[in-house]
Design a protein around this ligand. Structure first.
Ligand code: GDP
Length: 462
């Protein structure tokens, strides 16, 4: 069994859901599990991601014999919550995240970002579970820290159980409305047909063992072929974040999902225009908490294999693009790799000659998601680009004659101050056509607002 395991990488898991429903708390709880339970370096907390090895999971679930049943090495949780991380982690046309967890506050129920998360997952066909969070807030709930859901549930009074059932089945009803057949995880016999829902408290850790166990089960059942990777192949990954790090300059956090990356490797990284070609100066992982007395939080390593999160220090990476590919190359493969990275970036930056709106987003992945949703709604797109709104964008939009296309639709980005100034001026001086900017961090809200605006315009014309 051990040998078969060798080339199966760790599944990558994203946590999504509405703001304040508890994504960060859940991730903290999982990270805590990893740090507390994994003694003597059994755990490495990566950058941008937390790896929870299989032995830690089975210990948490109270049965070490289970370890033999699983062939995946553990789970890699992306630390940035929300669909930002999910859509950032893309690979051509698909998502890199192998699994997802959608967090729903059991006391609040469905909210716009809950629905948006479900839509994104549906579209990418990513296996996922739903957790109904904050069960500890149900009136009269007695907390049993860190226990499995059934264990804590069975110790509640019938009244509290009744209250729970009511709220829980409200959520199941909402899922049904969204087209999902769903049930409590322990009653699901076929996770391909029925969506598993796990009641948890991210705060008290109740239900967390079930979350880890069900995720492993899903990985095992549905992902085995997609988790195979070539340990001797070139390192292939996605840039999660570009960050300034004290003493290191600009660094990039990368999720490596195939091959092996070594210190000194030549790498090609996506940016707008020609890709970056540079050399890995250092590969860095965070030091363990007990070692933080060292000057740097990071510890240099010689190489890293998929799937893992790693921080990379290298020259000339300032304009690396979040969501862009990073691939290592040899002198023989360099040209082909540059071409590959470039075409992946170009694929998403669409520009057509016909009339249409301008779309801007924070990452390539979210741009792709937006383009998809807008095209589905039959909205013409003239240009789709990553980045904040600039003066040039306003200029460009203002030259478009059709008011319904003299519009910038923006997801999760800012309007640069000089661009804002110009926007205000266009309103005052009527120098240009009024450019309308629709900005939000929920794609379908942008879509709704824009469609309302178009309707208004049409009514005015009548
Ligand atoms: P996010 O925006 O989805 O990342 O939500 P957070 O994790 O930041 O949580 C929002 C608020 O809900 C914080 O005040 C948390 O302490 C609280 N919270 C999150 N999970 C739980 C839970 O299971 N029980 C309780 N009582 N509070 C929670």
């Amino acid at each position: 069994m051990a040998e078969e395991n060798q080339n199966l990488r760790t599944p990558i898991v994203c946590v999504m859901g509405h703001v304040d429903h508890g994504k960060t708390t859940l991730l903290d709880q999982i990270r805590g599990t990893a740090i507390v339970k994994g003694e003597a370096g059994a755990i490495t907390q990566h950058i941008g991601a937390t790896e929870v090895p299989i032995d830690v999971i089975v210990e948490k679930c109270g049965d070490k014999r289970l370890a033999d049943k699983f062939i995946v090495p553990g789970l890699l949780f992306i630390d940035t919550p929300g669909h930002h991380a999910f859509t950032t982690l893309r690979s051509r046309g698909g998502s890199l995240a192998d699994l997802a967890v959608v967090v729903v506050d059991i006391n609040e129920g469905f909210k716009p970002q809950t629905i948006e998360s479900l839509n994104i997952l549906k579209r990418f066909k990513t296996p996922f579970i739903v957790v109904t969070n904050k069960i500890d807030r149900i009136l009269g709930w007695k907390v049993h820290e860190g226990e499995s859901f059934l264990s804590t549930y069975n110790k509640q009074t019938p009244e509290v159980q009744g209250l729970f059932e009511q709220k829980f089945y409200d959520v199941i009803g909402h899922l049904y409305e969204q087209g999902f057949s769903a049930d409590r995880f322990d009653r699901v016999t076929d996770f391909q047909k029925t969506l598993g829902v796990i009641p948890i408290s991210g705060l008290t850790g109740e239900g967390i063992p079930d979350v880890l166990m069900i995720l492993l089960g899903l990985a095992q059942r549905f992902l085995e072929s997609s988790l195979q990777y070539d340990i001797n192949g070139p390192g292939v990954g996605t840039v999660l974040e570009v960050k300034d790090e004290k003493g290191l300059g600009t660094t990039i956090d990368v999720i490596l999902y195939d091959g092996t990356l070594k210190k000194g490797d030549t790498v090609v990284i996506g940016r707008l225009g020609e890709p970056i070609v540079t050399k890995v100066r250092a590969l860095l992982k965070p030091r363990e908490l007990s070692e933080i007395r060292y000057e740097s939080k990071f510890q240099p390593i010689q190489e890293v294999a998929a799937a893992a999160g790693v921080k990379i220090s290298a020259p000339d990476i300032d304009d690396a693009l979040a969501g862009a590919p990073i691939i290592s190359a040899t002198p023989e493969t360099l040209d082909a790799v540059i071409e590959k990275v470039k075409s992946e970036i170009d694929d998403v930056q669409i520009q057509t000659d016909t009339d249409g709106v301008m779309i801007k987003a924070d990452t390539i992945g979210s741009l792709e998601a937006m383009v998809h949703e807008f095209k589905k709604a039959n909205i013409q797109i003239q240009k789709a680009e990553v980045g904040d709104i600039t003066k040039r964008d306003i200029m460009e939009a203002s030259t478009i004659n059709d008011p319904k296309h003299s519009v910038i639709l923006a997801f999760n980005i800012k309007v640069n101050p000089d661009a804002q100034e110009m926007l205000d001026e266009t309103l005052d001086l009527r120098m240009f056509r009024n450019v309308r900017v629709f900005k939000n961090d929920v794609i379908y809200r942008i879509l709704d607002e824009y469609q309302d605006f178009v309707k208004e315009q049409e009514e005015e014309l009548e």
